[in-house]
Design a protein around this ligand. Structure first.
Ligand code: FES
Ligand code: MG
Length: 569
């Protein structure tokens, strides 16, 4: 084995070694516990403000047991934890901040390898992004999904939240019924139980090969989740001994696999933004069109909400992600290395689907339409995305009149106004919900349908914005319009009544207004004043890149390795 990185701390003589060791010993640890052994950081996003990750101290104990069994020394440390449900204005605003915490915490400390404990949506990309910029041996352990929710004998999950709230707006659900649903939806520890962003991220890290097989689907409440954590603790020690770094696993081909798997499971549109950001940290070339290109030949084989019917618990019983990957094996690079030391192909050998209703074959897929469509046109010169499996087929070729909302407040004010000039053929346009505009690109892109149309039975409309949508959301929703309105995008020039043409088959999104008229309107734009004079929001707005590049900070691209040449005293 190569010299351990941690020996630059604990293996030193004189004053420096004294300082590095002496304070460790105040935890009641004899020096042979950590000296000369692989020191494994357990990077923990435990927080009671991140309910999806609130069981992580227990999970860390399982990792710790595994590390000790394999002869390593575990040290648990906290990093900023991003809770999707409680944080305002959106957890996404803080993804890059958390990634900086992770990167610097790993590099500055005597660690030889890292276990990343990830769960709720942003906790996965922020940790993986930070870890990539240091590039130590690393394994991700996800916290696992919640058990399937129950409401009056019905299975429910986060995607039903959107339906319930539309029902309540129309008076179809009482306050009492809403309360009952609220108490039945999140029945156990874990993250959202549908194929939302958290599940898509758990699947992403498994598809990238940086988890042990089976990571994505084991419910948080299942004893096997702890077993996976313990086995990951054992394995990371070997990974350090073998000197396998993140960059050995996260090759371009691993990213292509992840895109294909995301298509097969009907994964979140947020996947595109997070995977781009991770690729940027790893120095792997990836462009937005790759998400369209590599998912075209992959059908939707997993029948999971929001694109289908079932829940993560059902996916687990049907064989989990290994069975999904087995199903689409012909489209995958099966010779890529994964962190258990075996190839992807070896990992999925014999992992047939155990339930054809939940995980189908490629020949007879649950839905031939999958993946993400990348649109271009004068309304989105740098791209926009749409998830066809969550959209209405009849709206995929559509021309309609724009109904414009200048920002989220304008939308809230007008949407249920009986006087709003809107019908089912209209195209709802929401501006200023992009990375810079909001700031932080919130999940408001699947804006609710006007009440008067809901009452007439309209369930879907074309909606366009520079924001994101929850991975649990659905509808004919064009997202991530780039450049965003606040960065000078054409989206900022759309006016009420303009015709917009969406052509999914042709991958086009056009504002049918002449270039001269658009130039005239641009001349009339009043530049927005700088809203932030200090603090993180100021840094964010100044440095965040556009959605099609992953919305990372311009100065965080790439990595700085793990070397630190200077000492603290
Ligand atoms: Fe945490 Fe959905 S809110 S995963
Ligand atoms: Mg979310």
């Amino acid at each position: 084995m190569k010299k351990l990185r941690s020996s630059d701390w604990f293996g030193r003589s004189g004053k420096d070694g004294f300082i590095y060791r002496a304070w460790m010993k105040n935890q009641g640890i004899p020096s042979d516990s950590f000296r000369g052994k692989p020191v494994i950081g357990i990077c923990n996003t435990w927080s009671e403000l991140t309910p999806c990750n609130a069981h992580f101290r227990e999970l860390a104990e399982s990792v710790r047991r595994g590390v000790l069994e394999a002869g390593g020394f575990p040290v648990e440390f906290p990093v900023m934890s991003l809770g999707e449900t409680l944080m305002k204005p959106t957890a996404m605003l803080f993804r890059n901040l958390a990634s900086m915490d992770v990167e610097e915490s790993i590099r500055a400390n005597p660690l030889d390898g890292v276990i990343l404990l990830c769960g709720c949506d942003k906790t996965t990309p922020s940790l993986v992004m930070g870890a990539c910029s240091v590039n130590l041996p690393t394994i991700v352990v996800s916290g696992g999904p919640m058990l399937t929710g129950k409401y009056r004998g019905r299975d429910i999950g986060t995607s039903d939240l959107w339906r319930f709230s539309e029902d309540a707006r129309q008076g179809l659900m009482t306050e009492e019924e809403l309360n009952l649903a609220e108490s039945g939806m999140c029945r156990s520890r874990g993250h959202c139980a549908v194929m939302g962003t958290a599940s898509s991220m758990a699947a992403m890290v498994e598809a990238l090969g940086i988890t042990l097989p089976g990571n994505a689907a084991i419910p948080a409440a299942d004893a096997n989740r702890k077993v996976l954590a313990q086995l990951s603790g054992r394995r990371i020690v070997d990974l350090v001994r073998e000197g396998v770094k993140l960059s050995d696993v996260l090759t371009r081909r691993a990213f292509e696999n992840a895109i294909r798997v995301n298509a097969a499971i009907g994964g979140s549109t947020n996947f595109a933004i997070h995977l781009m950001a991770i690729a940027g940290r790893m120095g792997v070339e990836l462009e937005l069109e790759d998400f369209d290109r590599y998912s075209r030949d992959v059908p939707l084989v997993a029948n999971l909400q929001p694109s289908g019917k079932y829940f993560m618990e059902d996916l687990y019983y049907a064989g989990g992600l290994p069975a999904v990957m087995h199903s689409i094996e012909a489209s995958l690079h099966t010779d890529v290395l994964t962190v258990n030391g075996r190839t992807m192909g070896e990992n999925i050998t014999g992992c047939e689907s155990l339930n054809g209703t939940v995980i189908s074959t490629v020949e007879d897929p649950f839905n031939p339409i999958s993946g993400m469509v990348v649109l271009r046109g004068n309304l989105c010169a740098d791209g926009a995305v749409l998830k066809p499996s969550a959209a209405t087929p009849a709206l995929m070729q559509h021309t309609g009149r724009a109904v414009v909302f200048e920002d989220i407040e304008d939308y809230r004010l007008k949407i249920d106004d009986p006087e709003l000039d809107v019908d089912e053929r209209s195209v709802l346009v929401l501006k200023n919900v992009g990375p810079k505009g909001y700031p932080g690109m919130p999940e408001v892109g699947n804006m609710g349908i006007p009440k008067k149309l809901l009452e007439r039975g309209v369930t879907d409309m074309v909606r366009i914005s520079d924001g994101r949508m929850s991975g649990t959301g659905f509808g004919t929703v064009v997202l991530h319009v780039s450049p965003e309105a606040a960065a000078g995008g054409t989206l900022g020039l759309v006016a009420d009544g303009d015709l917009i043409r969406l052509d999914v088959a042709g991958r086009r999104l056009e504002l049918l207004v002449g270039a001269d008229e658009l130039e005239r309107r641009r001349g009339l734009l009043v530049p927005a004043e700088d809203r932030f004079s200090r603090g993180y929001a100021k840094l964010y707005v100044e440095h965040v890149e556009q959605a099609h590049l992953g919305a990372d900070f311009d100065f965080l691209k790439g990595g700085s390795g793990s070397e630190v040449s200077r000492d603290s005293h």
